[in-house]
Design a protein around this ligand. Structure first.
Ligand SMILES: [Zn+2]
Length: 171
């Protein structure tokens, strides 16, 4: 991830210093500190009424052309579950309902730096898909026919969701 060379407030050249236990860039003129925080992301593990999983093939970087779960960045002021359903709707036109949270994850991605990812299990009744420009294709697959998902985080979410699903209800 690229970092600042100049203060975004006063345009002074930034300097490096240990601040709050980490090596950070700061402005010697106005004391602005470049704190680097993770970007929040919501991911949708989406199931239709046949218990098939929705996977999409990405039409943009990062992970261009890779099979993945739908998802994207939270907007300011947005609840994570709202972002999850909005991204699902934008990418596939599907209207989902949150079933439960699967987990919260931290990942480093070259393009964006640190990500904080919240994954939800989402259920759809109507599974007719219309994809947007962010996808090459999308579809619901029974678990033994899911295209190979190679993004490590998305593999982890699929594994974590399945672990929970294998626990008998009411036991
Ligand atoms: Zn400054």
């Amino acid at each position: 991830m690229k970092s600042y060379s100049f203060c975004p407030i006063c345009a002074t050249t930034l300097e490096r210093a240990m601040i709050d236990g980490r090596d950070r860039m700061f402005c010697p003129s106005c004391s602005w500190v470049h704190y680097i925080n993770p970007l929040p992301v919501a991911v949708a593990y989406t199931i239709n009424s046949n218990n098939e999983l929705l996977v999409i093939r990405r039409a943009h970087e990062p992970a261009l052309n890779e099979w993945a779960l739908p998802g994207g960045f939270l907007e300011a002021g947005e609840e994570p579950h709202e972002a999850c359903l909005r991204e699902l709707m934008e990418e596939t036109s599907l209207k989902g309902k949150i079933d439960r949270m699967i987990g919260i994850y931290q990942r480093e991605v070259e393009l964006y730096g640190s990500l904080l990812v919240v994954a939800y299990r989402v259920i759809v009744d109507d599974d007719a898909i219309t994809i947007n420009h962010e996808l090459f294709e999308a579809g619901f697959y029974p678990h033994h026919l899911i295209p190979e998902v190679r993004i490590p985080l998305h593999r982890q979410i699929i594994t974590d969701a399945a672990l929970h699903d294998s626990v008998p209800r009411g036991s």
